[in-house]
Design a binder for this molecule. Structure first.
Ligand code: NAG
Ligand code: NAG
Ligand code: NAG
Ligand code: NAG
Ligand code: NAG
Length: 582
């Protein structure tokens, strides 16, 4: 994602001068790890949870050689480097992210001190850097010097058990990067800006067309995207090894019958093709409840990448309470749980798309860095990971900071920045769509691959918006694709759906074809593409108009070259084929 110098800080090796004593693990030597100045916006305290109820505590240990992981990631992802394309195996990555033995020992002593047997862990990543244990709320409160509360988010009707601050014994700050669930509330939302039922138009748009059908001005279908992005006529052949993963959250189910209806209308040669559904973390697959987001994603990834196998990951929240508890309905640790699940597999899809995100400021910094490092593992292993850039332009609502100051600042999205896809609309020419999320991270510094083009844009802004955004932050989006008026079948009816939720699966479909092209030629998958695309912006149609208003401003404006509305632009598959084979 942001993979930048901020993450490459060498980790100080642990050197515990004296053995940990009970006292030093106890509650009288606690040092704050993270706290919020106020209850996260949109959430309300409900009550104190039953102290005897059980939560699953996920402990992220400091990864001893994570700086080497990041440098390996860059080497295998930078064209012309002698390691380009030589992705790491799961075992090789595990060596780099393993915690120092002193950290493991310190954490295990701490657990034992609190009567938690580390061998009872419900999850332990193969590298040893993540441990999950079941503890009662009162035990967790003791360990973390905190008080948990049950909080309600009326807008999404979700309930979570979280705290406003937590602490760790002083010694353990060197051993532990993050503990959750604690202060990350997770206001995860689907990046679906608009969706409404469309008159059920019976005319069918012809498959596989080289020119953009005129109907694409008002409704986007597979044929429109194939023509716009130049994929018409490409037939994938590496389908025994290549695959595309769609990551779903929030009880969104991808419906199999709706996919067939969609294919019958918009991709007739693919009728009968199926996708696999993998449920993660008690995720479900209720075929009577088709999700707009899930159907949008899977219909467009299958429609563009057919006959490449597609997998839909239905990721459930991990209820932290015993399932018999009636009070808790939703306690997501979405990225952590999905990432730890997928990274445990020896074989992983070469391309992923996720259409969900949060405001960066709602994600505690340590949590964001830990998640970012897990995405770095995926990239190092050869997967290309797309996220929607968000649907609020430079920021939704009043854009007040949550640090107690109430300053108005542009609000960057998280984790929009692995490879972030913004939105466009129209086709002659394509223009940046007003909701396209874009901006500059305040957590992650600017990576070298984009430093030049971003500096160019920032200097063209001059003093405009000065102070509202971070001139030295990781800038996004990286790319863009159509984001309005996608025809999606939901429950047999045609809906018109818009949002960068549509743009990310579109990009994933096209890069799946590019991965196919490389695999079919005995080359590796593309993996983390940012160094490649910034060095080859000629593979994209530069989008030079449109803007992304927000925070009571006009937002940024799309210009020639990179901009924080449409990134480098929209893909031209034919040109990209030449680039990725080089
Ligand atoms: C498709 O690729 C061809 C060959 O590079 C190029 O001439 C044409 O402009 C591209 N069309 C679109 C719509 O991108
Ligand atoms: C690993 O990935 C493969 C291919 O994506 C999938 O079929 C399999 O179910 C996964 N294994 C596990 C344990 O999740
Ligand atoms: C910040 O703004 C919120 C919402 O408008 C308000 O409830 C809160 O009191 C303000 N805090 C400060 C420190 O001004
Ligand atoms: C801008 O980003 C850098 C790099 O992450 C960070 O160190 C700095 O604090 C950020 N500045 C602001 C004003 O947020
Ligand atoms: C790829 O490798 C296989 C097995 O080594 C070989 O049969 C095939 O001809 C190669 N294909 C290309 C395009 O190089």
């Amino acid at each position: 994602m942001f993979w930048s110098s901020a993450l490459v800080l060498g980790l100080t090796h642990l050197c515990l001068s004296t053995p940990l004593t009970s006292k030093r693990l106890d509650t009288d030597d606690l040092l704050e790890k993270h706290s919020w100045a106020e209850v996260p916006r949109g959430w309300e305290w409900v009550n104190k949870p039953d102290p005897e109820s059980i939560i699953q505590l996920r402990i992220g240990l400091k990864q001893d050689r994570v700086d080497e992981l990041i440098s390996s990631l860059y080497e295998v992802s930078t064209p012309n480097h002698n390691r380009y394309g030589k992705h790491l195996s799961k075992e090789e990555v595990d060596v780099l992210v393993a915690p120092h033995p002193d950290s493991v020992e310190a954490v295990e002593s701490w657990l034992l001190h609190h009567g938690v047997d580390p061998t009872d862990a419900t999850f332990r990543s193969s590298s040893g850097s993540w441990i999950s244990v079941l503890v009662s709320v009162s035990k967790a409160e003791q360990m973390l010097g905190t008080e948990y509360g049950l909080y309600h988010h009326p807008q999404s009707s979700s309930y979570v058990v979280r705290t406003l601050s937590y602490s760790l014994p002083r010694e353990l700050h060197q051993a532990i990067s993050v503990v959750s669930p604690t202060t990350y509330f997770g206001t995860l939302r689907s990046m679906r800006a608009t969706s409404f039922v469309e008159a059920d138009i019976s005319d069918q748009v012809a498959d596989i067309s080289a020119t953009v059908p005129s109907s694409c001005a008002s409704r986007i279908t597979i044929a429109c995207l194939q023509a716009l992005y130049n994929t018409s006529g490409y037939i994938p052949s590496a389908t025994d090894s290549n695959s595309l993963g769609v990551v779903g959250y929030l009880g969104e189910y991808a419906n199999r019958n709706d996919l067939q209806t969609f294919l019958t209308r918009y991709r007739t040669d693919a009728v009968g093709t199926a996708f696999e559904t993998i449920t993660v973390n008690n995720g479900e697959d209720d075929q009577s409840e088709p999700g707009v987001e899930a159907n949008l994603d899977i219909q467009y990834t299958v429609g563009l990448s057919y006959p490449t196998p597609n997998i839909y990951y239905s990721t459930g929240g991990s209820p932290p309470f015993n399932p018999d508890s009636e009070t808790i309905t939703d306690t997501n640790e979405p990225y952590l749980d999905w990432l730890n699940y997928i990274l445990a597999n020896d074989t992983i899809p070469q391309t992923f798309t996720t259409s969900y995100g949060d405001d960066e400021q709602t994600v505690p910094y340590d949590y964001a860095v830990s998640v970012c490092n897990l995405f770095a593992e995926l990239g190092a292993r050869g997967s290309t990971v797309f996220f929607s850039s968000g649907d609020s332009g430079v920021g939704g609502g009043d854009c007040l900071m949550n640090d107690g100051t109430n300053t108005t600042l542009f609000q960057p999205a998280f984790p929009a920045s692995v490879t972030a896809v913004g939105g466009t609309t129209g086709n002659s020419p394509e223009v940046g769509v007003s909701f396209s999320g874009g901006g500059f991270s305040r957590y992650f510094g600017i990576p070298s691959y984009q430093a030049d083009v971003v500096a160019g844009y920032v200097s063209s802004l001059g003093s405009e918006y000065s102070g509202l955004y971070n001139t030295s932050g990781r800038a996004y989006p990286d790319l863009a694709a159509q984001g309005t008026s996608f025809s999606v079948i939901v429950g047999g009816q045609t809906y018109s759906v818009g949002g960068t939720s549509a743009s990310s699966p579109t990009m994933a479909g096209i890069f799946t074809l590019l991965n196919d092209y490389r695999l079919a030629n005995n080359q590796s998958s593309l993996g983390f593409i940012n160094p490649l695309i910034y060095a080859n912006s000629g593979g994209f149609n530069d989008i030079t108009s449109g803007s992304n208003p927000g925070c009571d401003t006009n937002g940024f404006t799309a210009v020639t070259g990179w901009d924080p509305v449409t990134g480098l632009g929209t893909p031209d598959f034919v040109k990209l084929q030449a680039i990725v084979r080089a």
